[in-house]
Design a protein around this ligand. Structure first.
Ligand code: ASP
Length: 329
């Protein structure tokens, strides 16, 4: 009998309202969510037993990098048990792409891991939670899901943690991998894998660096946020720059300050898709590069931040550019 562990952390999938019109709060444990599957008529795959564990019961908007790292470590501990075939983490969708990517970076196992959740509350008659949880359990129980790294299994789709982004605040089709496309589908009993992610690496680390800030550039920005990050102890700064990685002269001066202070600056694009590349002068990407920033390809800013939080503890500063390059930078 293959054992699947469901690690509950809260989120909409576990949230109910106390009173009509009241605030929705995370309450249900992973055990309750699994028990509810049978009540709703969902069937788990044959030959699979499910064990549940509650890690925390909060909305994912309250997560930080450290919680995401500790969840990932717990996932790794479960996977180290030869009896465990895979792990499902139930979590809020708001920061799921960051947590899943954290686990993808630090869990070195070929066994399948899926993060899932819901857009509709657990007490909503139309809740998508039971369907998503059943799909995620089916996904991790399937032998063809091995070696894919951590995925987000949601609304019948499986997305690589590196590429998945929450694209809708309320609809059940919450995640997309944009131009890279999903890895596979969960079509009832059938798990179909279309492709395998190549831009993946795992790192051994006992800790992460939580002081990594993300600054999004806006038209006319005067670099106050970058200065603030520097003044308040950021150990690295990710910048979501314009287009191909362009900025302006004021921002570039602050990037130079950061690099001089040994605070790495990583440049991503604020566009939903596409790669940064140093092309333009006069405040553009060429000047950003000359100021010492590292270009992170098409990694989204939030993903680059998670990657930096791991790399700052898992490798030397001198190797950052090389490591980021391995993710498509
Ligand atoms: N909207 C969120 C969810 O899907 C809330 C959270 O992230 O916890 O669960």
């Amino acid at each position: 009998m293959a054992k699947i562990v469901v690690l509950g952390t809260g989120g909409t999938i576990a949230s109910r309202r106390d009173v009509a019109g009241g605030a929705a709060i995370s309450k249900a444990s992973g055990a309750e969510l699994v028990a509810a599957l049978g009540e709703r008529g969902y069937r788990l795959p044959d030959g699979v037993s499910v064990e549940t564990e509650q890690f925390c019961t909060i909305g994912s908007y309250r997560f930080d990098l450290d919680i995401a790292f500790r969840i990932a470590r717990r996932v790794a501990q479960h996977l180290a048990d030869p009896a465990v075939a895979g792990v499902v983490v139930t979590q809020g969708t708001d920061t799921m792409e960051e947590s899943a990517f954290m686990a993808d970076l630090v869990v070195a196992s070929d066994k399948p891991v899926a993060y899932t959740g819901a857009q509709h509350l657990a007490d909503d008659p139309d809740s998508d939670g039971p369907r998503n949880l059943t799909g995620a359990i089916r996904f991790v129980a399937a032998p063809q899901s091995r070696g894919l790294g951590v995925v987000i299994a949601f609304d019948g789709e499986a997305h690589a943690a590196r590429d998945a982004t929450k694209i809708h605040a309320s609809r059940v089709g919450a995640f997309s991998s944009d131009e890279h496309g999903m890895l596979g589908e969960i079509d009832g009993d059938d798990i179909v894998i279309h492709r395998r992610p190549l831009l993946r690496r795992t790192f051994e680390t006992e800790a992460i660096e939580a002081k990594v800030d993300l600054v999004r550039l806006t038209m006319g920005t005067d670099a106050r946020f970058i200065r603030c990050a520097l003044d308040t102890g950021a150990r690295a700064i990710v910048i979501e720059a314009f287009g191909r990685g362009n900025a302006n002269h004021e921002v570039i001066a602050r990037i130079r300050d950061a690099v001089a202070a040994d605070v790495p600056v990583i440049v991503t694009t604020r566009c939903p898709a596409g790669r940064v590349k140093p092309i333009y002068g006069d405040g553009g990407g060429r000047d950003v590069e000359a100021a010492g920033a590292i270009f992170a390809g098409d990694l989204q800013g939030v993903k680059a931040r998670v990657l930096l939080s791991v790399l700052l503890r898992a490798c030397d500063h001198a190797d950052l550019a090389k490591e980021i390059h391995a993710f498509g930078g």
